[in-house]
Design a protein around this ligand. Structure first.
Ligand code: LMR
Length: 334
């Protein structure tokens, strides 16, 4: 071989190696809600911060609105490594075998975001995330959405108003029991299917933080919304453990920093987003929004707090007691 040809070949190799080295690490971040929700916005913020902090070495591709995977599939995809990052609702970890997460679904267990924060920022929150490790998943953070309210096509003022109604739920046994305690018929289904199920009457009603209700236009196919705020919906940001552990240490550290800042942002905007979604729902005039009186809310509490004890066997009495201790919640003091 001529020397010039050899040199040209070597040059080509070096150039392509250089190009390869510059390829960014891609993180596919899949989620099921709209881009303009607390989770959607926080995911975008993470993508931006990850790019900034790693100086372009990491590219986070965010896939919103179940465009890549629906609820169940996204968990499988994460474990298989087809996507690297998700932020499923805490109500969706039961099918994975980590039932303790359903403690977050217990009705009325958190009086507000502050009470919730004591758990997610404390030992219980940390411990729960470590339970994901044997599943090949690393938990990075908790992101807020907010408090769920019931909607249906009939007015909802008392627990008996949901009797016999088919109510869509996420994949949580606690939520199933919650609906049964109201005499409703729980129907578990993926988030991406809820609008159509409501529209066609496959289900009569549902429960959601208002940001989810509004961005999926569910208020257009539900005549009544009652601001029961009877339960919490938030997220665990999770990554494929093998992928995460395999990142160069400096990059992982930069991403952890990006996550910390995005988490602060997520938890700052959640309430604001839900409040503005509520304003928009009211303005739309498509559904009538009812604020229950103190007595009416108490009736829902009386009907639903027994769910805590009923689900001890599923969630773990110790976990429930630990949450009570962190929040000061007393199930008997209604
Ligand atoms: C739901 O399925 O209702 C929620 O988990 C959707 C979400 O991710 O907020």
């Amino acid at each position: 071989m001529k020397v010039s040809k050899l040199l040209a070949g070597l040059f080509f190799c070096a150039a392509s190696l250089g190009a390869y080295a510059q390829q960014p690490i891609v993180i596919k971040f899949s989620h099921v809600v709209a881009a303009d929700t607390p989770k959607g916005k926080a995911a975008e913020m993470f993508a931006k911060k990850a790019a900034d902090m790693t100086k372009g070495k990491v590219k986070v591709e965010v896939y919103a609105n179940s465009t890549l995977y629906k609820d169940k599939e996204e968990m499988e995809a994460l474990q298989l490594g087809a996507v690297q990052m998700l932020a499923p609702s805490l109500a969706k970890f039961g099918p994975l075998g980590v039932k303790e997460f359903e403690v977050f679904d217990l009705p009325f267990i958190f009086s507000d975001y502050d009470a919730l924060r004591k758990v997610t920022n404390g030992a219980v929150g940390k411990q729960l995330l470590t339970k994901l490790e044997p599943k090949g998943i690393r938990g990075l953070a908790y992101w807020d959405n907010g408090f769920k309210s019931f909607s249906a096509n009939n007015p909802i003022k008392a627990p008996t108003d949901l009797k016999g109604k088919k109510m869509r739920i996420q994949s949580s046994k606690v939520l199933e029991e919650q609906m049964r305690s109201l005499g409703s018929l729980p129907q578990q289904m993926a988030f991406s299917e809820v609008y159509q199920a409501l529209q066609t009457g496959v289900v009569d009603g549902t429960e959601n933080p208002i940001s989810n209700l509004y961005t999926q236009k569910m208020h257009e196919v539900q005549k009544h919304l009652t601001l029961t705020e009877h339960g919490y919906l938030g997220y665990a940001v999770i990554v494929n453990k093998k992928f995460w552990d395999g990142l160069p240490a400096d990059i992982r550290q930069q991403l952890e920093q990006a996550m910390e800042e995005s988490t602060r942002y997520a938890n700052q905007i959640a309430k604001v987003e839900n409040d503005s979604a509520l304003d928009a729902v009211k303005k739309s005039g498509k559904t009538s929004v009812y604020t229950p009186t103190k007595e009416e809310r108490l009736a829902f509490k009386k009907a639903l707090i027994p769910v805590h004890q009923k689900m001890e066997g599923r969630v773990g009495k110790d976990v429930i007691q630990a949450v009570y201790k962190d929040t000061g919640f007393k199930p008997d003091s209604l």
